[in-house]
Design a protein around this ligand. Structure first.
Ligand code: HEM
Length: 221
């Protein structure tokens, strides 16, 4: 008898985006951030573009909150849009970032894609919830102190984006998100579609980081 081996959606997402994750992490823009060398202007550029992405993602997730693929991972405390806005107001100094900080083409394409799938295939929003929230709950946690130090932010100001409560609560949210992924029932073709959407999300992030590097970082050599 033939035995069919199926891989869970969580496992597929992790393994099939691993190389792209490494590339994103090692991109010049993220490298500058991780090394604690980033100035305020490029960082505001990053947050402003992430704000646009979350401001499209979160209402779309809320609109489809009853969809089984979304309901499983839409946990209280994940939403980031208002926190990004607070950080932008604090670091930029006022609310004018909306008008004066450019939206990069990759962020515009990202927003268009989110609006598109929210209409045509809302289950794919799950891929974007995975890429953003599990990323924020993982590597994002390393960034809080680095950002506060390199931008010399007053304690408790400008890093709300990274906050999910204390370490135990953050770890519990990450576990609950993964458990939610595990509860979603999908056939192999649908799993493949969600994984392909996560790959697309990582590629758009990489493109965004490259555009931000070109706009804000001084090229050495
Ligand atoms: C700034 C550089 C980054 C660092 C240092 C970093 C670091 C990490 C670490 C340590 C983990 C935990 C791995 C585990 O629990 O097994 C992780 C997971 C993750 N990161 Fe990142 N990351 C970075 C950037 C990103 C970016 C830009 C994205 C999204 C575009 C992202 C998305 C994810 C996702 C989705 C996971 C969960 C993987 C899984 O277990 O399924 N990360 N990251």
């Amino acid at each position: 008898m033939e035995r069919r081996v199926t891989t869970s959606l969580a496992e597929r997402l992790k393994t099939e985006t691993r190389t792209l994750h490494t590339e994103a992490e090692r991109s010049p823009f993220m490298g500058e951030l991780l090394r604690g060398r980033m100035a305020r202007e490029p960082y505001v550029g990053l947050l402003r573009n992430l704000h646009a992405i979350y401001a499209a993602l979160e209402p779309a997730l809320a609109r489809h909150a009853d969809h089984p693929a979304i309901a499983a991972v839409l946990l209280p405390g994940l939403a980031r849009t208002a926190l990004l806005q607070a950080d932008l107001d604090a670091i930029h100094g006022d609310g004018s970032w909306r008008d004066v900080v450019d939206l990069q083409p990759a962020a515009q394409a990202y927003v268009a894609r989110l609006e598109d799938i929210a209409e045509s295939d809302p289950a794919l929003l799950l891929a974007h919830a995975y890429v953003r929230y599990l990323g924020d709950l993982s590597g994002g946690q390393l960034l809080e102190r680095i950002v506060a130090n390199s931008m010399q932010l007053p304690p408790g100001e400008g890093t709300a984006f990274y906050g999910f409560g204390d370490a135990a609560h953050t770890a519990a949210l990450k576990l609950a998100f993964r458990a939610g992924l595990g509860q979603i029932v999908m056939d192999e073709a649908r799993k493949a579609a969600v994984v392909a959407e996560a790959v697309r999300a990582f590629r758009l992030h990489r493109q965004l980081f490259d555009e931000l590097a070109a706009a804000y970082l001084v090229v050495q050599g």
